[in-house]
Design a protein around this ligand. Structure first.
Ligand SMILES: Cc1cc2nc3c(=O)[nH]c(=O)nc-3n(C[C@H](O)[C@H](O)[C@H](O)COP(=O)(O)OP(=O)(O)OC[C@H]3O[C@@H](n4cnc5c(N)ncnc54)[C@H](O)[C@@H]3O)c2cc1C
Length: 257
């Protein structure tokens, strides 16, 4: 019989870089040198400083396949199911996510959109604080989840799998994700764009800081796609802040250099 802790609390995103390919710059440089080497004996003996420069040159030339040899594994928690639903659309990655079948969600953490702060909800002729309204809704759903789980026999996996249909998108989840460096650059281009949703953009920002530190030669110039393109490709949907964004990423680059 499953025990319910009918308790909910709010949370926020925390990203950790759990593992990455050791000496990534040197491996990428070796992979690229192999393509042109008549003499292959020494291709894995790289001077780290030279390797970093060489990788920067490859990146600028768009010779990207050697970059794929390096992988980065992130552990992301304190995020909503709404966020991970967007994350897993990036198909060229590996994921392991905490299950809502095997793990009973009698009590769960939740993510609350900061945009609700200070807003009012009109309901039944009354004006209610939007954050409070949101939290009450979460509490209501958590209670209903417990009751439905009980009705389904509180047996764990088989009752969780149906009771979970009432769990909200705000429900906290944890996910382990591995991406190679080339895919990661693409992910940053898409999800650091101001058009990306705030929660996945926040996660992408945390990931970028960690990746820059681990492998500056690949990620030093990473950012939303407007940074590589030198202009925004979003036409009418543009945020109109290209100059400001360009300055921000130029400043970040100096911090790591
Ligand atoms: C601002 C924003 C708004 C969005 N809005 C929506 C939306 O309203 N609805 C929606 O459904 N999605 C939406 N998305 C998600 C988006 O359409 C992509 O699914 C997501 O960004 C993953 O991108 P990707 O396919 O390039 O990445 P990945 O799946 O990681 O693929 C990386 C690259 O590999 C190549 N590739 C991968 N698979 C294939 C394939 N099968 N065939 C050919 N090439 C492939 C492509 O070049 C691709 O760019 C949105 C994304 C953003 C950033």
């Amino acid at each position: 019989m499953v025990k319910f802790m009918n308790k909910v609390k709010k949370t926020k995103a925390k990203v950790r870089l759990i593992r990455y390919t050791g000496a990534p710059g040197e491996l990428i440089a070796s992979a690229a040198r192999l393509c042109y080497a008549e003499e292959t004996e020494t291709i894995f003996d790289q001077d780290p400083g030279q390797a970093e420069k060489f990788v920067g040159m490859l990146r600028d030339m768009g010779h990207m396949s050697p970059i794929e040899h390096c992988v980065f594994t992130f552990y992301i928690e304190g995020v909503s199911r709404a966020m991970t639903h967007q994350l897993v659309r990036h198909r060229l990655a590996s994921y392991s996510q905490r299950s809502q079948r095997y793990v009973t969600h009698g009590g769960f953490d939740y993510v609350i959109p900061p945009q609700l702060k200070g807003k009012k909800v009109k309901d039944n002729g009354a004006e209610v604080d939007a954050e409070r309204y949101f939290e009450e809704t979460i509490g209501y759903l958590a209670g209903r989840y417990v009751k439905l789980n009980e009705a389904l026999g509180s047996s764990g996996e088989s009752s969780n799998e149906d009771a979970r249909y009432v769990l909200p998108n705000a429900c906290e989840t944890k996910i382990l994700m591995t991406m190679n460096a080339r895919v990661l650059l693409h992910f940053f281009e898409e999800r650091l764009c101001l058009r990306a949703q705030w929660e996945i953009r926040g996660v992408a920002n945390q990931m970028l800081m960690l990746a820059r530190e681990a492998c500056p030669s690949v990620f030093n110039e990473a950012g939303p796609k407007c940074i590589r393109l030198g202009k925004c490709p979003e036409k009418k949907l543009t945020c109109g802040k290209f100059e400001k964004i360009k300055k921000r990423y130029a400043k970040l680059k100096k911090l790591v250099a």
